[in-house]
Ligand binder design. Sequence first.
Ligand code: MIC
Ligand code: SF4
Length: 640
Amino acid sequence: MADTLTYKILKAHLTDGKLEKGSEIGLRIDQTLTQDATGTMAYLQLEAMGIDRVKTELSVSYVDHNTLQTGFENADDHRYLQSVSAKYGLWFSRPGNGICHQVHLERFGVPGKTLLGADSHTPTAGGLGMLGIGAGGLDVAVAMAGSPFYMTTPEVLKVNLTGQLPPWVGAKDIILEVLRRLSVKGGVGKIIEYGGPGVKNLSVPERATITNMGAELGATSSLFPSDEITKNFLEAQKRAGTWKPINADPGADYDCEINIDLSALEPLVAVPHSPDAVKPIREVGAVPVDQVAVGSCTNGSYRDLKLVAEILKEQTIHPRVNLVVAPGSRQVGIAMAGEGVLKTLLSSGARLLESACGPCIGMGQAPPSGGVSIRTFNRNFAGRSGTADAGVYLTGPAAAAAAALKGHLVDPRELGNYPVLTDMSFPVIDDRMLIEPPADGSNVEIIRGPNIKPLRRNEPLPETIKAAVLIVVEDNITTDHILPGGSRVLPLRSNVEALSEYVFSALDPGFTGRARQHGGGFIIGGENYGQGSSREHAALVPMYLGVKAVLARSFARIHRANLINFGILPLVFCDPGDYEKLAAGEELVIENVPGQLENQLIYLERPADVTKIVTRHHLTPREVEIIKDGGLLNYAGKLS
Ligand code: MIC
Ligand code: SF4
């Protein structure tokens, strides 16, 4: 049978279930990654599982999110992560070594293998032909302990690329075009496979820009084939031995297919406040710009930064604009210094940031009030930049550089001649900030700071749930709305009680108080509830506040899995119109919850109104057991 690239990798890793669209499968996970904002909780969970050493081929703990260190909390987390890595046999990537996805692509990713990461942009590895999937920290901890990762057999969507990109148009414009066509929920339940003759015109970092931002489509993952270009990339990284070719069979059957002629693309921009609000830059016009930020796991490669430098060469940025630049990895930063890129950028007026997530997750560089920031990043949700009323526009590096020069959004083609760019054939390789674990970690002492609080578990599912609706929110609510990032909240990721003050804080500052007063309750959501980040804290903290169920029109994949992992019922309205009927304060009752879970339908009574709300849980038998036990930690503990 002619297989898709996706099915080839899934088949080679299948541990449970059948590859039938929509049914649950278990996958063997070869590699895992975590970053510090999700990792601390994931390793507390790993510790609770009572194993001596991770069971994967390779696991890496990165520090890249919480590097502002405005208090002791971040540094304490880093120390904890370093000690836990040594004890359990993980590589540790020190702060400053770079953004997890970029470093993993350069130093660890292997075509054809599986990577589970506690970060939604783990599919970046798909640029190498590696199946990278983002998940909650608890799922990653379970995979590190040697258990399979469970997911729904995806549909496979092929994006057929033909032609060659014109000057001034880049990989970012390709993924923005896909987002324009498919929307932020267009990828839910799907793996996106790129193929066609246009693929050979894209380098691995360019492919990684595209697979990275597949997360914004809600896709489970995105994949490019592994070919000669992949081989060259791995050879240059001195990892030729890890290369193998992998591609879809000719005539493979896809669930759907879209065509993109690269030569017909033009510079695009996602306007505030959604990555799918995509338009041609020339249509948006000369919006005045206050800040330009270049870097992140989407566009932090050497090629991206060199392109910006080539455009800015011997010129000065516009007086209104602050230009900030962060290399995606330390290797990229060292190469920039050696090749004169850094000198060009600094001479033009750029401010250099360390190699980390930084402004992408609101860790510094908040724009001014009502300001406009042009970013080469992947998310422009309202408030994520740290300034509630700022407007963030997402572009590729060429358009970002053009805006920095002109002081307003501008189609970069107006700049004239496109610089000739070649990929670096001999990149800098420097693994000195990657610490290999000792062969035996049994004597390593784990160091915990005062901000690292014990784990919180849920109670087993009760017979009856009787609680109030705490909040009704609209479509496409992101995990940034549920539990924000940023410099005030991110340092608290290992302190659930402190975090609980911030649930829905930007939308409804009274939420936490009400949840406490009622001892918990229900959340009502629209379509695609919980899109965006993989942060399990957006489920864990509501669980801590007593949230029992979320009723929504539909859910984003990772957040739905996180709700189940923490024993919160994800219920989908059978009649989407019922969403309109519910308001905060109304009481809802679910009788005989375990009994009702045996069937797909869950009935909620409305004592204030004799009608019922009918929902569907879509849980697999395994997920029903997890919910009944009050979450995955309790369930996994019972099995071991
Ligand atoms: C993000 O881009 O939102 C993050 C921060 O990388 C998150 C992870 C987190 O919240 O820790 C993600 O995308 O998963
Ligand atoms: Fe870091 Fe931003 Fe990438 Fe998330 S999207 S991993 S915050 S650079």
